[in-house]
Design a protein around this ligand. Structure first.
Ligand code: PMP
Length: 346
């Protein structure tokens, strides 16, 4: 066989990409990935019913039924994915670009857009991390994006965008607007689900990853049936495995456990925010999510020193100058982090 270079075989848009880095680093307190500190207790009876020799239900009927009931929509309005990441992939595969989003935001909109060879447009947020409406409206008019992604609450800034600005974007788009509500369960805002009936071009993206089920890889898209049908054409037949489907159903039905875990995270977030405000060297930004972005002097040094003490955060300085992002953990984890931060950030 002739010698070849794998990189040069890859399509040009792939060659210049870098793989998504989700670092697995040994640490005592893991507060880097916006996971819930509380897991879901899986009942043996749920596992016992699964046949490993059979493919999963390709249409995830029980799961879509449980979600539909909870969200008060119909199953044909829901598409499930192997995490909401996969659904972002499907959306861009189905509708193409240009893909528009504000920055900083969740990096996968841009990474997937580029991987699929589409043009991407990242527009800076304003000084309060809100949508820069004139900029967004200008781009909607001139670039006519097929897809606009609005993460609200936004990762990594933590705030919700103002709903009147979001509505203006939805109204002014001649194509689809995806409101990514991965962190909506932690927010005091109602979210955009009630708007679905008024705006046919609106889609809502949610996930179970932030509410204690990241290991299941289960995300879902809610929207107009005709749009869901188009996306469903590119969905791989058995994209959600039997375990994820079955465990997700039982977790959704156990509303009480999920609600109380969310409540505990929100109350810890408030405590963590106040404590960060009390640390002179740190400036936290208000959050409606399960994480807090904060500014420190010499963020890279602080990040490394925290890691040495066993605390893993996410260094966001590439996206927001001098900022680190901490996921809300258990009370003990948060205390451990706060104590370490007080020592290292002076
Ligand atoms: N959207 C946003 C805004 C996120 O922050 C994340 C996870 N970091 C996702 C989507 C993807 O979540 P998952 O694939 O785990 O459902």
């Amino acid at each position: 066989m002739k010698k070849f270079d794998a990189k040069s075989l890859a399509r040009p848009n792939i060659r210049s990409l870098r793989a998504y880095e989700a670092k697995e680093m040994p640490c005592r307190v893991k507060l880097d990935a916006n996971e819930s500190p509380f897991g879901f207790k899986v009942r043996q009876s749920v596992i016992k019913r699964i046949s490993t020799n059979r493919y999963p239900d390709p249409e995830a009927r029980a799961l879509r039924g449980a979600l539909a009931k909870q969200l008060e929509v119909k199953p044909p309005n829901i598409l499930v994915g192997n995490g909401s990441d996969e659904i972002i992939y499907y959306l861009i595969t189905t509708f193409g670009g240009p893909v528009l989003f504000p920055v900083p935001t969740f990096s996968m909109y841009g990474i997937i857009g580029k991987a699929l060879g589409e043009s991407i447009i990242g527009l800076p947020l304003d000084g309060s991390f809100d949508l820069d409406l004139p900029l967004m409206l200008g781009a909607l008019k001139t670039a006519r994006p097929k897809l606009t992604f609005l993460s609200s609450p936004n990762n990594p800034t933590g705030n919700c965008f103002s709903s009147d600005r979001m509505l203006k974007v939805i109204e002014s788009s001649s194509a689809l607007v995806v409101v990514d509500e991965a962190y909506q369960p932690f927010s005091s805002d109602k979210g955009f689900l009630p708007m679905l009936k008024d705006y046919k071009n609106l889609l809502i993206l949610r996930t179970l990853s932030k509410v204690g089920l990241a290991g299941l890889r289960t995300g879902y898209l809610i929207g107009d049936e005709a749009i869901i049908n188009e996306v469903n054409k590119v969905r791989l037949p058995f994209n959600l495995n039997s375990y994820s489907q079955a465990i997700a159903v039982s977790a959704i039905e156990d509303r009480k456990a999920m609600r109380s875990a969310i409540k505990a995270v929100v109350s810890e977030r408030e405590r963590l925010f106040e404590a960060l405000e009390g640390i002179k060297a740190a400036t936290p930004y208000p959050s409606e999510a399960n994480f807090i972005l904060f500014k420190v002097k010499n963020s890279r040094r602080v990040y490394n020193k925290l890691l040495k003490q066993g605390v893993l955060l996410r260094d966001m300085s590439g996206a927001v100058d001098g900022c680190l992002r901490v996921t809300v953990g258990t009370k003990a984890e948060n205390n451990f982090f706060l104590k370490a931060l007080k020592e290292v950030a002076r």
